[in-house]
Design a protein around this ligand. Structure first.
Ligand code: COI
Length: 355
């Protein structure tokens, strides 16, 4: 029946070797409430994971005022280790997203302390099989029962935990992506760089179309003239063209990914030519046609580093690196996961042990 985590009751057992993404939840959750009467976040509590009780007029249900994050905890070499990967980056991004969505920010120290306490509470749920981790999902929602359009006066911050395996059914096998010139994810001045539910809701229709044609994800272009590449539905995107590692530069419409930043730092440290710049879809297509396109891969917390074997643009299919995983993607995946699991030195101080 595979590896079963320790110290769990019969009903809490799950098979670590068959973990997908996001279906299993641990026993406990963290809740913190905000009311403008107090003007502050009050009374953090770790409680049994339970359904939320919301008034049907709660503003999240009508106007979508929400922010979330995603980060991972890993079991380390010592039994007591609980290793978080760059939690400061997620907390800072969470607060930036909150500002954009008119939600009060949380004190980063309280966020970190409470999140660590929750993970320690459910430490026995952290899976230990290769390729698994505990996904941490901090979320804030507007709870004020009110139907006029304005920022809510009450909020609920919660964190839930989910033991996960690979994000894509393909695992680390290459995925196929569909470039859409029909739909857009985010326009300049919009909320594209905030981690808020609206961006994901807006992506679903195009993603379903892509799935129906055999593609795993959508590659988005810029909203105005659909000439430059932005990101994939759940990942930032990287290209290796003529030994230059290229990723679209941040500028308001792209999610500033934690794994994106880690990939950039690791590639620079290896002395590779690395560019954060505009890359047009035409540059990509001509690199694919001329044989200069060596690799395409995505980066994200959930997916880590995910190689891309094919892309479709305007009805034409292009194969990347003979449909195989490229060396840079493989090395980055190994290096990042080895650092996350403390199998390798962590010269950047990315890993925080909260065990
Ligand atoms: C993540 O990589 O954490 C994401 O946010 C992607 C997705 C699961 C929403």
């Amino acid at each position: 029946m595979g590896t079963l985590p320790r110290n769990r009751t019969e009903s809490q057992q799950y098979n670590e070797d068959k973990l997908g993404f996001g279906d299993i939840f641990t026993d406990h959750m963290l809740v913190i409430e905000y009311s403008d009467m107090d003007g502050d976040w009050k009374n953090p509590q770790i409680i049994k994971t339970e359904n939320l009780s919301l008034h049907p007029a709660a503003m999240i249900l009508h106007y979508g005022q929400q922010v979330f994050e995603g980060l991972k905890a890993f079991a380390g070499p010592k039994d007591t280790d609980i290793l978080l990967f760059r939690p400061d980056m997620n907390i800072a991004r969470f607060n930036r997203s909150c500002v954009r969505m008119c939600i009060p920010t949380l004190d980063p120290r309280i966020f970190m302390d409470q999140m660590s306490e929750l993970v320690r509470t459910d430490r026995d749920w952290i899976p230990r099989s290769p390729g698994t981790s505990m996904y941490i999902r901090p979320t804030v929602i507007a709870t004020d029962p009110h139907l006029g359009v304005r920022p809510s006066k009450k909020y609920l911050f919660f964190i839930i935990l989910s033991p996960v395996g690979a994000y894509y059914p393909e695992g680390f096998e290459p995925v196929r992506i569909m470039v859409t010139d029909k739909y857009v994810r985010a326009a300049m001045g919009g909320v594209g760089e905030a981690k808020t539910a609206a961006n994901y809701a807006a992506s679903l229709f195009a993603a379903e179309e892509a799935h129906s044609e055999g593609f795993t994800q959508v590659l988005w272009l810029n909203a105005t003239d659909k000439s430059s590449i932005e990101e994939v539905g759940t990942m930032n995107i990287f290209f290796r063209i003529d030994d230059e590692i290229i990723t679209p530069k941040l500028g308001g419409t792209i999610l500033p990914g934690v794994t994106r930043d880690s990939v950039l730092q690791l590639c620079r440290a290896k002395g590779m030519k690395v560019s954060e710049r505009v890359i047009s879809i035409h540059e990509l297509v001509s690199a694919a046609k001329s044989g200069k396109l060596q690799e395409v891969f995505g980066s994200g917390t959930a997916a880590v580093v995910s190689p891309v074997s094919h892309f479709r643009y305007m009805g034409h299919d292009y194969m990347v690196a003979d449909g195989k995983t490229g060396q840079v993607a493989r090395d980055l995946f190994d290096e990042i996961t080895d650092i996350q699991l403390a199998k390798k030195p962590d010269p950047y101080g990315w890993v925080v042990n909260v065990g």
